[in-house]
Design a protein around this ligand. Structure first.
Ligand code: UDP
Length: 326
């Protein structure tokens, strides 16, 4: 098959390109190199089944050329990372809503199968520490914050993508699924957009303070990018009828950010101090974080017979192993 990956030079996209090429597919990466990096795909540039187009998903004309030639589009291009969303809300909303609109409309026109990247951010504050909710399921209600708080623009933009995907599936019969990624991490992830693991590893390596935001008791389920891309590959390949469906892609290994900081410090052999920084100092007043975000992956398991299993230590070892010491 020929697979177009928008955001193909990005962190998840480049790993997905690796596995799809290994499986014998032809991969066309489409990326504007805003958050994607050429070095992520440098090892693929001479591959005879790989090509790269530098373009923006808001540029319909260039995008259409890629979609016309593809059997499947995996749409990962998006404004990502809480930091970027906080700094660039206009770009976030325009890219995430407008880009997905273009992808869906063009895929619909050309009859191309699509997988759209969404995010566990859409669950918002559905899972607070005191709740008796064990895990977030695809059909659970969401609790997003007010539009006064720009963090939620990201969740809303992705929620709109999901609505649009479902609308195309229901109304036009488009073969499209949405993928809710839970804190996907691993080698090649940049710390520039605020993600915690690359930042902690860099700080530990440099002997700088490891900066935990808030009280550090918030938890996350970090998902190894190798597991995430395997799940995507299996979802693309499945013969099952999953048109219009949404899937959680995440690990069940839950860890607090305080514990994460300690594990990073231990595994890097660093003597950095772990310090707590108020959210306000990082993101300005009124920032809201999520206390917990744990996926229910039953649907994923039932559909593809696979769930992410790699734990946080395995992830950290791979990230630390792939990072150059400061
Ligand atoms: N975080 C932190 N220090 C950092 C970056 C993030 O303590 O340098 C915290 C952040 O406040 C959140 C968690 O780590 O509670 C995960 O942050 P990330 O931005 O990686 O993903 P999120 O889950 O917020 O989308």
């Amino acid at each position: 098959m020929t697979i177009l990956i928008t955001g193909g030079a990005g962190f998840i996209g480049s790993h997905l390109a690796d596995v799809l090429l290994d499986a014998g597919h032809t991969v066309h990466a489409y990326d504007n190199l805003s958050t994607g990096r050429r070095e992520n795909i440098a090892h693929l540039e001479d591959h005879d089944r790989f090509s790269l187009t530098i373009g923006n998903v808001l540029d319909r004309h260039t995008l259409e050329q890629g979609i016309r030639e593809a059997d499947v589009v995996v749409h990962l291009a998006a404004a990502v990372g809480v930091k970027r969303v906080m700094e660039k809300p206009v770009e976030t909303i325009k890219t995430n809503v407008g880009g997905t609109e273009n992808v869906l409309e063009l895929a619909d026109y050309h009859g191309t199968k699509v997988a759209i990247a969404s995010t566990s951010e859409v669950y918002g504050k559905a899972m607070q520490k005191d709740d008796d909710l064990d895990a977030l399921s695809e059909t659970d209600d969401w609790t997003l914050g007010t539009t006064e708080k720009r963090r939620w623009a990201y969740a809303c933009s992705k929620a709109m993508d999901e609505f649009l995907a479902k609308a195309y599936a229901d109304e036009h019969g488009l073969d499209v699924i949405s993928l809710r990624f839970f804190n996907t991490v691993g080698p090649r992830q940049s710390g520039r957009y605020g993600m915690v693991i690359p930042n902690f590893v860099r700080q530990a390596r440099a002997g700088e303070d490891i900066r935990v935001f808030g009280d550090g008791k918030q938890t996350r389920c970090f998902t190894h990018v190798y597991d995430a891309v395997e799940a995507v590959q299996r979802l693309i390949d499945t013969e099952k009828e999953i048109r219009g469906e949404v899937f959680n892609i995440g690990s069940h290994h839950e860890i607090s950010i305080n514990e994460l900081a300690e594990r990073v410090r231990d595994l890097t052999g660093s003597s950095s101090d772990i310090v707590h920084v108020p959210y306000e100092d990082v993101y300005g007043p009124g920032f809201e974080d999520m206390r917990r975000r744990t996926p229910n992956v039953t649907k994923l398991k039932e559909t593809i017979g696979f769930v992410p299993e790699r734990d946080t230590d395995e992830i950290l070892k791979d990230v630390i192993g792939a990072t150059t010491p400061a």
